[in-house]
Write a new protein. Structure first.
Length: 141
């Protein structure tokens, strides 16, 4: 069981791909200092996926904010791209279900399209901004 953590917020600016390793190392190290629980380790992979999606599909610069409030960590990733149609994506997910879609992707060796599914399966809450350029991931530890 982890101790309660006071509120904390840190913001990172991902301006170039060269910033990624340093920023990811700091975020991952901080999250692992909160709790070495397997669930938080899986959540860190989801955070990595969100950041990588920003670099792959979005437009830099991007802002990554990590906040903790008592026993919850919140990661927000926002980029300057044109966004994507999150409502259409969520409609498909709601119709088929996260687990079914993840199984289909694994069975067909598909590597794209897993990020949002992983976010939904490993986060306690996921909030997508309607613009499709911002996501907030919540996880209790």
């Amino acid at each position: 069981m982890s101790a309660l953590v006071k509120s904390f917020t840190e913001t990172y600016e991902l301006e170039t791909l060269h910033d990624f390793d340093r920023i990811w190392e700091e975020i991952h190290e901080y999250m692992m200092s909160l709790c070495k629980d397997n669930q938080l380790m899986l959540f860190s992979l989801v955070v990595l996926e969100a950041i990588e999606n920003t670099m792959k599909h979005g437009e830099l610069p991007a802002t990554i904010t990590i906040s903790t409030h008592f026993n919850e960590v919140i990661i927000t990733v926002e980029d300057c791209g044109s966004g994507f149609d999150i409502q259409s994506t969520l409609k498909t997910i709601n119709e088929k279900g996260v687990d079914t879609l993840l199984e289909e992707k694994a069975r067909n060796y598909e590597t794209s399209g897993r990020g949002i599914l992983m976010m939904l399966s490993q986060s306690d809450q996921v909030v997508f901004h309607p613009s499709g350029t911002k996501v907030s991931l919540y996880k209790k530890f």
